[in-house]
Design a binder for this molecule. Structure first.
Ligand code: HEC
Length: 193
């Protein structure tokens, strides 16, 4: 638990640092993808304190923001990176087109995880119900099972469940952690500092 919270915090810090950049002069598809990324950042900023128990958990909000992220992920995301659109004012690295499969895989993960988060919204946080009900242990067990199945299906870079249906069994904050790690993983590989 502590571990997943730490990871979420670290991932979030790296996302927020991105906000410091000002992108004057971006137009067309570059502007469009920056706007999409900014929209996802806004969703993540709203959800992060909720996932850490700092603001009240609201399943409807989680579902809504997860769906917002989903609309910017997958093929929508990759479609906004036509070849040769790196260079000023973009922070896109040329590695995107040298390793298109790796890039597209992360975009697809983002779609799967955001879809999974919307489905898992009702599950609430891992710690919810820890006082008494026993909800937590059954939730944790289901999560562990989903993890095992996902591991067998084999994600190369990060492991974990690769289907929204498996994610649906997990606590929302666990899915959120995977989601935010996907943002960071792609930025580390494919976005300039
Ligand atoms: C598949 C790769 C990939 C994923 C996944 C991804 N990003 Fe990005 N992101 C990029 C790239 C590449 C850029 C640089 C785009 C450019 O400058 O042309 C970027 C830029 C950004 C920016 C800066 C936008 C601006 O105004 O310049 C923010 C904020 C951002 N991403 C947030 C996020 C968040 C939040 C997530 C996860 C919910 C996420 N990204 C997931 C690849 C990704």
């Amino acid at each position: 638990m502590t571990c997943s919270k730490l990871l979420t915090g670290a991932a979030l810090a790296s996302l927020i640092s991105v906000a410091a950049y000002a992108h004057s002069g971006a137009t067309g598809v570059v502007k469009e993808r920056m706007d999409g990324m900014d929209a996802m950042k806004a969703s993540m900023k709203l959800l992060a304190p909720m996932m850490q128990g700092q603001t009240p958990y609201d399943a409807a909000v989680v579902r809504e923001e997860a769906q917002t992220i989903q609309t910017h992920a997958g093929e929508v995301l990759t479609g906004l990176f036509p070849k040769g659109t790196d260079g000023h004012p973009s922070d896109a690295k040329p590695e995107i087109w040298a390793d298109w499969e790796g890039f597209a895989d992360l975009a697809l993960r983002l779609e799967t995880y955001s879809q999974g988060l919307a489905l898992a919204a009702e599950n609430g946080l891992m710690m919810a119900g820890a006082e008494g009900t026993g909800m937590m242990s059954s939730g944790a067990m289901m999560g562990a099972t989903a993890m095992g199945a996902g591991g067998m299906m084999g994600g190369q870079t990060m492991g974990g469940p690769r289907s929204a249906e498996a994610l649906q069994q997990m606590p929302a904050d666990a899915v959120f952690t995977m989601l935010s790690q996907t943002c960071s993983a792609c930025h580390t590989r494919f976005r300039k500092e």
